[in-house]
Design a protein around this ligand. Sequence first.
Ligand SMILES: Nc1nc2c(c(=O)[nH]1)N[C@H]1C(S)=C(S)[C@@H](COP(=O)(O)OP(=O)(O)OC[C@H]3O[C@@H](n4cnc5c(=O)[nH]c(N)nc54)[C@H](O)[C@@H]3O)O[C@H]1N2
Ligand SMILES: Nc1nc2c(c(=O)[nH]1)N[C@H]1C(S)=C(S)[C@@H](COP(=O)(O)OP(=O)(O)OC[C@H]3O[C@@H](n4cnc5c(=O)[nH]c(N)nc54)[C@H](O)[C@@H]3O)O[C@H]1N2
Ligand code: SF4
Ligand SMILES: [Mo]
Length: 737
Amino acid sequence: MASEKSHTDEQTHFRTCNLCEAMCGIVIKHDGKKVLSIKGDKDDPFSKGYICPKATALQDLHEDSDRLRHPVERTANGWKEIGWAEALDKVAAGIQSVQKKHGQNAFGIYLGNPNVHNLGGMLTIKHLLTSIKTRSRFSATSIDQLPHHIVSMHLFGHMLRIPVPDVNRTKYMLIIGGNPLASNGSIMTAPNMRQKLKDIKARDGKVVVIDPRRTETADIASEHHFIRPATDVLLLLAMLNEIYLQGYADKPHAKNSRAAALVPEIARIADFAKDYSAESVAEITGIAAKEIKRLVKEFCEAESSVCYGRMGVSVQEFGLLSQYLIMLINIVTGRLDEVGGLMFPNPAVDVVNNSGPGYLGKRHSRVSNLPDFNGDYPVVAMADEMLVEGAGQLKGFMTVAGNPVLSTPNGEKLDTAFANLDFMVAIDYFVTETSRHAHIILPPVSPLERDHYDVTFNNFAVHNVAKYSKALFAKQRSAKHDWQIYLELAKRLDKKAVLATKVERLIIKVLGPKFVLNQGLKRGPYKGLNLKQLKKNPHGIDLGSLKTMLPQALKHKDKQIHLNVDFYQADLERVQEVMQDYDDKQILLIGRRHVRSNNSWLHNSYRLVKGKPRCTLMLHPETAKEYGIEDGQNVKVTSRVGSVTIVAEVTDELMPNVVSIPHGWGHGRKGVKQKIAQAHAGVSVNDLTDDTLIDQLSGNAAVNGVPVQLQAIAPEATDLETADSDVNFDMESGSAA
Ligand SMILES: Nc1nc2c(c(=O)[nH]1)N[C@H]1C(S)=C(S)[C@@H](COP(=O)(O)OP(=O)(O)OC[C@H]3O[C@@H](n4cnc5c(=O)[nH]c(N)nc54)[C@H](O)[C@@H]3O)O[C@H]1N2
Ligand SMILES: Nc1nc2c(c(=O)[nH]1)N[C@H]1C(S)=C(S)[C@@H](COP(=O)(O)OP(=O)(O)OC[C@H]3O[C@@H](n4cnc5c(=O)[nH]c(N)nc54)[C@H](O)[C@@H]3O)O[C@H]1N2
Ligand code: SF4
Ligand SMILES: [Mo]
């Protein structure tokens, strides 16, 4: 009887997982109140049944008893639940008080990564920003994809007009500093990259990975080359030079390509890298000259090919120049806007035509004089803006879906800075390393309680699709969506808004963000596509393979590609300077991702953290030997800004003199309220990364290639230091049992 009943109660819900960029279709079995299972949706035309282990964390997050269901206020006696009206009033008053006392820009805001994975958030965040009216804005972009935006803004006329690898059809994929087998792809929305890369090889193609670590992706690639961190710029310069030296830029398919014909400055590229021969960069990069030449030959001779670079090249000292060079390589070899090359997606909601093109350096940060991008200052500038006294000092702050104490450089400094603010508020699910400093935390509903359409990542999808998912569970009446929190604050802060804005806010309040989405779909490039149609197709709609989009994709008025050669050429001087006294013995720190982590969160899901601790220091056996470090031994890692003690994992996955620590750990800080994460705390690599180590051209943080020192900690010292009174310590062997 019982099983029959549960059978009839079982219902099926289809949606898109919003946790990372891959947009996998999932099937959720549930009984109306509880999730029973989460699996891949075989009928999703985009992901075809693929999911990663994180999908099940949607259930864990939904059920997590540490997840806040009500606003909380920090009091002398700990956190106290308060009602929404009181919380919102207090937040508005707190913001206004700071701004009245210290000026409009004395209140700052940081937007974290999950914002762009949130339909309502994406479509309404402007109302929060325009009502706070501060120029002190920061976001995770400047420790991430900022270089992609700047290159696209310069070349194609819009920061979001970013071409992606046509992985489904390419015959040759060169991956530099990306590990899609762990990350599931980035600035390349492409579920099941394992299969996609295998398919490239199966059609007689090739996958080549350039990475200081032999990653999961490198393991299944045709070929992997170690590269010394942050020297990619040299490899790319040499490759560009070789393309010309070997005559490939003059081949008809390259010279007469649709893209090349649109580049007035193309002749200048022939000289751009002339000072960088394969021989001259071989020693520093660690890649032999003959290998560089062969890579170029194979890349150019393949029937189709694409060069793709991600976090490893973006978030280092020459991130912007490197991404520029990657784009140049694709252009001069005739790979841009061609099948199997780098192509422009054509999303159903046209984000490019619904947003500004972006700008760089309209203003500069007060203390570190770093350029803003599209109104955001670099995250590395954030702590100084709070700590350094003077006119314009930040006295109040809001974080929205972000945890910068763990996710941005010199986290300890930011930790101190947040602790000293007059007023802080966080919009977040949890009491995190960051939100624990807030006076009030406003928690939104869980992802399963909201509608979803991926406004952001369809713009980077390797196949055009559209899919709308309704909320699985109705939210509690008293609970609020992120977008409702924004509108409520806007109402309180922006009483003098013009009528049109007030009307717009009222419409969204009543009809919800799905109304805005529907407008976007109707105005989009696919005739007849609207919300009603998407609702009829719960697995999603296939809108076809990527198509050639030039010249209409270009947003410059003259419909040309603007290379801005002078801007980038000037940065070559910096390359010369840094490379002059290059110390190839210096230990350099890089990051890494694991398929069961997601930046600094989801560590409160037991399924995702169980097993062997993952927050380890990876290092090569030779390096370990040199420093007297054994596998499993504690090591003190020190940088200019701080030190952490972490257990060593000796492995030849890494090249010598390079060490790797994953980011997003370090949940042991006092006051965090995430029990499972705290029990699997790890250390924060961003207590080592340096807020002064940046890509000066863009202001992007450089978290890859950070100079560090290593010191083995004697096992005795480790055990004595950490031995609890209840640990049985064996004086003779010097080890704890
Ligand atoms: N050393 C090093 N540092 C890095 C990186 C690296 O590779 N190495 N990677 C960088 C990158 S690429 C990124 S994107 C950043 C990410 O860093 P951040 O953007 O700061 O974000 P997360 O650490 O992911 O923290 C997200 C927070 O948002 C909350 N949250 C999740 N979903 C929602 C939601 O829907 N609404 C609200 N209001 N809150 C939500 C979570 O509880 C969590 O506290 O980290 C960067 N930091
Ligand atoms: N499981 C999981 N998935 C995620 C995330 C997560 O935290 N966990 N985060 C999401 C986010 S916000 C993003 S932005 C994406 C990032 O997506 P990816 O960029 O694919 O992610 P990473 O794994 O950081 O890959 C960067 C690679 O660059 C290498 N690398 C480091 N330094 C250098 C260098 O100097 N040169 C070269 N050539 N390589 C270098 C690293 O070894 C690593 O393999 O992943 C997203 N997906
Ligand atoms: S790959 Fe990304 S989108 Fe797909 S199931 Fe995993 S977390 Fe979700
Ligand atoms: Mo990211």
